[in-house]
Design a protein around this ligand. Structure first.
Ligand SMILES: CSC[C@H]1O[C@H](OP(=O)(O)O)[C@H](O)[C@@H]1O
Ligand SMILES: Nc1ncnc2[nH]cnc12
Length: 312
C-alpha cells in the first residue's frame, strides 16, 4: 500500500457527507482520494475531511463522499469539545448538503436491543448550554425552524436501505426520540428512568448541537443510531465504554453494510436534488431578525463565508 500523502485539494463538489462517531473513525471499505484541512471562522473541524469516490449504481459516475470523524481521528475530543460549528461550516463550504451522522447510543426501550439500529425522528435536548450551538450571534440574529430535527426525505431513503438488510442481521427501528445529554459522565439511574417516562428511545451525547447547526446551514441531516447498551435503567448491567465498544466491534459488519447501502442509494441520479438539498436552499435568507443598521461587520464577514451572496 502506498504511504504517499493524499492530495489536499479536491476538484469536485461532494454533496453527501458521513459523520462518524464512536467506533467509526474512518469510512470502512472506502478509499480516500483527498484529505482536506479546512479552517473556518469558527475554528478547525474535528478531523481532516477525507473524500472518497463512490461509483453511482445508476450512472457508474464516481460520486464524491466526504467523511469527518466527530471525536477526531483518535477519539481525542470529548462530546462537549467537538467543534460542531467548524464541522458543519467546513462541510457546507466544500459543498456538502446532505449528512448521514452515525452515533453509538444507549437504549431506553426494551425492544431496542444492543446492536439494533434506530433511525430517529425526534430529539430532546439535555445538554447544559456549554456548547456553542448557533452560527447566528454577535450582531446577526436568525431564528430557524427545528420542529423536525431530521430530514424527512433523507430519512425515508435511510429507512428503506436499513429494511433491505433485514434478514442479513440488521434490525432497524423506524422512529425514535434521541435524548441528548451533556456527558461525558453517563446518566444516573434516576435520570435514565426519567428519560424513559419522557418517551426517550435512545440516549447519546452528540446529536446536538450538530443537528441544529445542520438546520441553520440548510443541510439535510439524518442521524443513524446503533444501540450499544441499555444505559443503567435495565437490570442487565450498567453501561461502560467496554460494553459500547464491544457491541460496536461485534456489529461492525452490519454497520458497514448499512453505510454502504445508504451511500449506494443516495449516489443514484434520482436522489441528486435531495442530496443537494434543493428543498432547503435559500431558506436562511428569510429568517433574519436584525435590521441592517444592527448587523455587525464581524458577523457579516462570517455570514459571507458561510452563505456567499445571501446577505450582501
Ligand atoms: C463511548 S460511549 C459515549 C459516547 O459515544 C457516543 O458517541 P457518538 O454519538 O459520537 O457515536 C455518545 O454520543 C458519546 O459521545
Ligand atoms: N448509555 C449511553 N448514554 C449516553 N451516550 C451513550 N453512548 C453510548 N451509550 C450511551
Amino acid at each position: 500500500m502506498s504511504s504517499d500523502p493524499l492530495p489536499s485539494t479536491y476538484d469536485g463538489t461532494p454533496r453527501i457527507a458521513v459523520i462518524g462517531g464512536t467506533g467509526l473513525e474512518s469510512l470502512p471499505s472506502f478509499h480516500p482520494v483527498a484529505s482536506l484541512s479546512i479552517t473556518t471562522p469558527w475554528g478547525s473541524p474535528s478531523s481532516p475531511i477525507t473524500i472518497s469516490e463512490h461509483p453511482s449504481p445508476s450512472t457508474g459516475k464516481p460520486i464524491p463522499i466526504a467523511f469527518l470523524a466527530r471525536h477526531g481521528v483518535h477519539h481525542e475530543l470529548a462530546p462537549h469539545e467537538v467543534p460542531s460549528r467548524a464541522n458543519i461550516a467546513a462541510l457546507r463550504k466544500i459543498g456538502v448538503r446532505c449528512i448521514i451522522a452515525f452515533s453509538a447510543a444507549g437504549s431506553l426501550a426494551e425492544e431496542v436491543k444492543p446492536r439494533d439500529f434506530v433511525v430517529p425522528d425526534q430529539v430532546i435536548d439535555r445538554t447544559k448550554g456549554i456548547r456553542p450551538s448557533t452560527f447566528f450571534e454577535g450582531g446577526f440574529v436568525c431564528h430557524v425552524p427545528f420542529a423536525d430535527p431530521f430530514d424527512a426525505g433523507v430519512g425515508k431513503v435511510v429507512r428503506k436501505c436499513g429494511h433491505s438488510l433485514e434478514g442479513e442481521g440488521v434490525v432497524l427501528h423506524d422512529n425514535g426520540t434521541v435524548i441528548c445529554m451533556e456527558g461525558p459522565q453517563f446518566s444516573t439511574r434516576a435520570e435514565s428512568k426519567m428519560y424513559r417516562t419522557w418517551g426517550g428511545t435512545v440516549i447519546n451525547m452528540s446529536v446536538l448541537p450538530e443537528a441544529k447547526l445542520a438546520a441553520e446551514a440548510e443541510i439535510a441531516y439524518q442521524m443513524v443510531v446503533m444501540s450499544t447498551d441499555y444505559d443503567c435503567w435495565h437490570d442487565s448491567g450498567d453501561v461502560t465504554v467496554e460494553m459500547v465498544m464491544g457491541h460496536m466491534r461485534a456489529n461492525a459488519v452490519n454497520a458497514r453494510r448499512f453505510i454502504g447501502a445508504v451511500l449506494d442509494e443516495l449516489s443514484k441520479e434520482e436522489h441528486a436534488e435531495l442530496v443537494a438539498a434543493k428543498h432547503l436552499e435559500g431558506g436562511r435568507k428569510f429568517g433574519v431578525s436584525t435590521h441592517s443598521d444592527g448587523k455587525s461587520k464581524d458577523a457579516l464577514e462570517k455570514m459571507e463565508w458561510l452563505f456567499p451572496g445571501y446577505f450582501s
